[in-house]
Design a protein around this ligand. Structure first.
Ligand SMILES: Cc1cc2nc3c(=O)[nH]c(=O)nc-3n(C[C@H](O)[C@H](O)[C@H](O)COP(=O)(O)OP(=O)(O)OC[C@H]3O[C@@H](n4cnc5c(N)ncnc54)[C@H](O)[C@@H]3O)c2cc1C
Length: 382
């Protein structure tokens, strides 16, 4: 693999960083406190072309290859300090749009992808239930065929973008008797359907500008033409989607870690104690070295996934490795950044304590750290 980026890729990276700094970082501390999603930031991101990175041009996207998209997502994480907005964008792309692109019929792609790329529809994924988290495919939500519709009943929770979303990939059980691989199906569900209700909005520790909610389906009739793929394909669709989620969401976190490193190096050079810059103390510089090392390793992991996906190859193991390493590195990097900034790191107005709250979420969603270790162990034959 050639590790050099092309001039166009580097121009794209710089332009996204400049765009994010100028247009997306408005009132982040204040909006974090009030838990406010930035509609304006979302609209600007759509206008800039961030909501359809790998979606082909014919469906309104940018048509970037997956490796270029990785660099774009990293740049977004580096430039944008509103981690919640970045999370909603990643969720829209890798938990919803990509599934429609990969498994949707031509009519479904034409119907949903162009407005999703334009930012007119916000996408999300609806999988987790109160009693089925890590063991997602023990879910109880049922979908029973009745004429020209599937009738959905059940409750789904901890759903990113549920309070603001318009279109969701919903997973439900379509057979009681079939094995997991054939007993579940995925549906493209629009917000306006009768019988679909938001029954709870969650307040949470981090990613507070990314709203989260709970959806309840009560005899909700989902038209047959909203079935994604064929009946019984839900588990397979999820296995494919999770590869994109575990790989691509976390490219943005590599960018965040690099932003924290640059900020911390600058602070360590400027802040003087006892007549010396704190960066001259080895216990501080060692933290910065470890931060740098984690970032470089994280980049190798995500670039490899981008390359594998560009070649049309599977990246299941690589995506779990990246998700595990980057989410835990992100937490450690945020802790290091707080420590280097001393009391200022812990004060809300400097924005660094927020980074830690945002980072912790990464060890939970898209499969917890414990689940990633289980997956990797089983791929090692254990
Ligand atoms: C910020 C955020 C955003 C989210 N967004 C979405 C979304 O958009 N859509 C959606 O459907 N869901 C979403 N989720 C839910 C998320 O997918 C689940 O929280 C996650 O799968 C874990 O499920 P759980 O919380 O029920 O924990 P549990 O599964 O109950 O796990 C509790 C603890 O037990 C451990 N554990 C469980 N099973 C095992 C095992 N087999 N081996 C070892 N340890 C195990 C877990 O690692 C964890 O430490 C989101 C969650 C968060 C935090």
């Amino acid at each position: 693999m050639d590790f050099a980026w092309t001039r166009q890729q580097l121009i794209l990276k710089d332009s996204i960083i400049a765009f994010a700094r100028e247009q997306l970082n408005d009132r982040v501390t204040e909006r974090d406190r009030s838990g406010e999603f930035s509609r304006e930031g979302w609209r600007r991101s759509a206008d800039f072309g961030l909501l359809g990175l790998t979606i082909p041009v014919e469906y309104g996207g940018q048509g970037y290859d997956p490796l270029t998209a990785m660099l774009a997502l990293e740049a977004l994480g580096y430039g944008c300090t509103d981690n919640g907005l970045v999370f909603v964008i990643n969720n829209h792309l890798w938990s919803c749009a990509i599934s429609i692109l990969d498994f949707g019929s031509e009519a479904q792609k034409q119907r949903f992808l162009p407005p999703m790329c334009r930012g007119e529809l916000i996408g999300g994924q609806v999988l987790t239930e109160p009693e089925s988290g890590s063991a997602a495919f023990t879910m109880q939500t049922s979908a029973v065929r009745d004429g020209d519709a599937y009738v959905l009943n059940g409750t789904k929770t901890f759903l990113t973008s549920a309070p603001i979303g318009d279109v969701f990939i919903v997973y439900a059980r379509t057979s009681e008797s079939r094995a997991v691989q054939e007993g579940f199906s995925a549906f493209i569900v629009t917000r306006d359907l009768p019988g679909l209700e938001m029954t709870k909005a969650w307040d949470k520790s981090g990613l507070r500008t990314a709203p989260m909610g709970q959806l309840t389906f009560t005899n909700c009739r989902v038209p047959v033409d909203c079935l994604l793929g064929a009946e019984g394909m839900g588990h397979g669709i999820f296995q494919s989607t999770i590869e994109w989620e575990r790989g691509f969401f976390f490219a943005s976190q590599v960018g965040v870690m690099e932003r924290l490193l640059d900020q911390s190096v600058e602070y360590a050079q400027q802040r003087q104690q006892g007549g010396k810059p704190i960066g001259s103390f080895q216990s501080i510089s060692n933290k910065l070295v470890d931060m740098k090392l984690r970032i470089e390793l994280a980049k190798l992991l995500v670039y490899k996934i981008g390359w594998l996906k560009r070649e049309g190859r599977m990246a299941f193991l690589e995506a779990s490795l990246a998700k595990l390493f980057i989410s835990e590195s992100h937490v450690q990097t945020s802790l290091d950044a707080i420590q280097i900034h001393g009391a200022r790191g812990y004060m809300t107005e400097y924005g660094i304590e927020r980074e830690l709250r945002d980072a912790v979420a990464g060890t939970l969603y898209a499969g917890t750290s414990e689940i990633q270790r289980e997956v990797i162990a089983s791929l090692l034959g254990l």
